[in-house]
Design a protein around this ligand. Structure first.
Ligand code: EPU
Length: 464
């Protein structure tokens, strides 16, 4: 029952850059080598240590939450990423003070007087929609340009809009973005149709200073969502996480700024562990706790990986890899962002692996380029492993069969998105012959100092 192979995806949209007044705020992160193409020479097994940075998918949310207080908040162990610079630019455009000093980000919300995120931020990342609740509380109105983020599915914002309306906001979607206003926001009881990370974050931030009690059912409980809840609690919010994906929030009148150290990025951690395994090497990661990687570790163990796990590091190696049958799902399941590196790893395992992507319907498009590297991957519309998912009848190619064991060959490819980008670097490192990877800005949006970290593992990368 082999299905047809998906054709090449649409050309990636290059978002319009911010206006001149914002260019400084959006300069590439200090770690950026300023190149958009990497030449990669496979150098054999990748071995060595990687210090994992703070979590990409928590840092920007904590920066936004700072807007809810009247005094500064500080995030430490922050990764140096394009997304942090973009978010800092947006906050500054509202009048907030943002200082980035090494891995410490300080947001001073006091001088925030603006309520409109400039249209030039259209499509850059998913953060603007998360600012609406805080802006409604501070200013009473908000405009945010349409959200962007990687092209891995339709990614609508309907759950956010429904939640904001239930808090009492008037929300209108225009061709340019989302306009909202509210004279008061009142707690409500609602359930998400799917445990969306972003929509849960919108609810947590809006509910924290809304009047009365909010109950959110079917909430996302990803570690990054919990990190946001922890910061809000430190700021004075009254938040409870109950069993069965339920958050209960009692609104308070004021929040104070707080300081929080970010936990390690579990996507980065998994990606480097897989880079070691896929090249027959051994990578030891520091800075990301085992508790964030439980499902990742058990999945890799089933594939034959051996782990050494201590309180400060995790090492993985394998003599021979076995194929996998994996379905992605919200936490505590196997996370969708681990899926692209896993598929590359499956090409190194002897036998047939089956992957079912259930969080984003279009997150397998990157396999086209893997095929040009001689990977044998077929995509299917059907739900191939685990439960039937929301995309069963959608016509989207969200399952993959990977026939492992064949040698990969270096190729010239375009990076499609953050996680696909990292997967290509792993594939290039495991391949025979040189690869040329274009679109390194995708990688830099999500991985702190990837060039240096890969180089430390022995990979020869020539930025051009
Ligand atoms: N969804 C809706 N309507 C909504 C919101 C979400 O239908 O209003 C759907 C989405 O289309 C998707 C599912 O719900 O099918 C889950 O989306 P979610 O809202 O959880 O994703 P997100 O908040 O947009 C964050 C991360 C993603 C990560 C997902 C899932 C950030 C900035 N992004 O996205 O990270 O894959 O949660 O864990 O936190 C990445 O880092 O590469 C990345 C894409």
């Amino acid at each position: 029952m082999m299905g047809p192979v998906i054709g090449p995806g649409p050309e990636p949209v290059v978002p319009e850059g911010p206006g001149p007044d914002l260019l400084a705020a959006n300069a590439p992160p200090a770690s950026s080598p300023g190149h958009v193409t990497w030449g990669i020479e496979p150098t054999g097994p990748l071995r060595g240590d990687v210090r994992i940075s703070g979590s990409k998918n928590a840092v920007t949310k904590l920066m936004v939450a700072s807007l809810l207080a009247d005094t500064p908040s500080v995030v430490t162990n922050a990764p140096r990423l394009g997304d942090v610079d973009i978010t800092a630019g947006m906050l500054r455009s509202l009048g907030a003070g943002v200082e980035i000093d090494g891995d410490t980000v300080t947001v001073d919300p006091l001088s925030t007087t603006g309520s409109r995120i400039p249209i030039s931020y259209t499509g850059l990342n998913r953060v603007p929609i998360l600012m609406v609740g805080a802006l409604l509380h501070r200013i009473g109105e908000a405009f945010v340009p349409l959200v962007g983020g990687d092209r891995i599915g339709a990614r609508p914002v309907d759950f956010h809009v429904q939640a904001l309306r239930q808090f009492g906001a008037e929300v209108e979607l225009t061709d340019e973005g989302l306009e909202a206003k509210a004279s008061r926001l009142r707690g409500a009881h609602f359930a998400l149709p799917f445990p969306s990370v972003g929509a849960t974050e919108t609810v947590l931030m809006t509910a924290a200073v809304a009047e009365g009690r909010t109950i959110l059912d079917n909430a996302a409980v990803e570690p990054e969502v919990v990190e946001l809840a922890l910061l809000l609690q430190r700021m004075g919010a009254r938040i409870e996480l109950q069993p069965d994906r339920r958050f209960v929030i009692e609104g308070v009148a004021h929040l104070e700024g707080a300081t929080q150290r970010l936990g390690g990025d579990r996507i980065e951690a998994f990606s480097y562990l897989v880079a070691g395994l896929a090249t027959g090497g051994k990578v030891r990661i520091f800075g990301c706790g085992q508790d964030r990687l439980v499902t990742a570790i058990s999945t890799l163990q089933r594939m034959g990986a051996r782990f050494e796990i201590t309180d400060d590091h995790i090492t993985a190696e394998a003599d021979q890899l076995r194929p996998a049958a994996v379905q992605t799902s919200p936490h505590p399941g196997f996370m969708t962002d681990w899926q692209p590196p896993l598929v590359v790893l499956c090409t190194r395992a002897a036998g047939m692996s089956v992957i079912h992507e259930t969080v984003f319907e279009d997150r397998l498009g990157y396999v086209d380029a893997l095929r040009s590297m001689d990977a044998e991957v077929e995509l299917f519309e059907q739900c191939l492993v685990g439960e039937a998912c929301r995309f069963q009848e959608s016509g989207s190619y969200h399952s993959a069969l990977v026939r492992g064991g064949r040698d990969l060959r270096g190729a010239e490819v375009e990076m499609p998105d953050i996680r696909g980008a990292f997967a290509y670097v792993i594939a290039a490192a495991a391949a025979e012959g040189r690869s040329i990877l274009h679109g390194v800005h995708h990688l830099e949006r999500g991985y702190d100092q990837a060039l240096a970290k890969f180089s430390d593992l022995g990979l020869r990368i020539t930025p051009t």
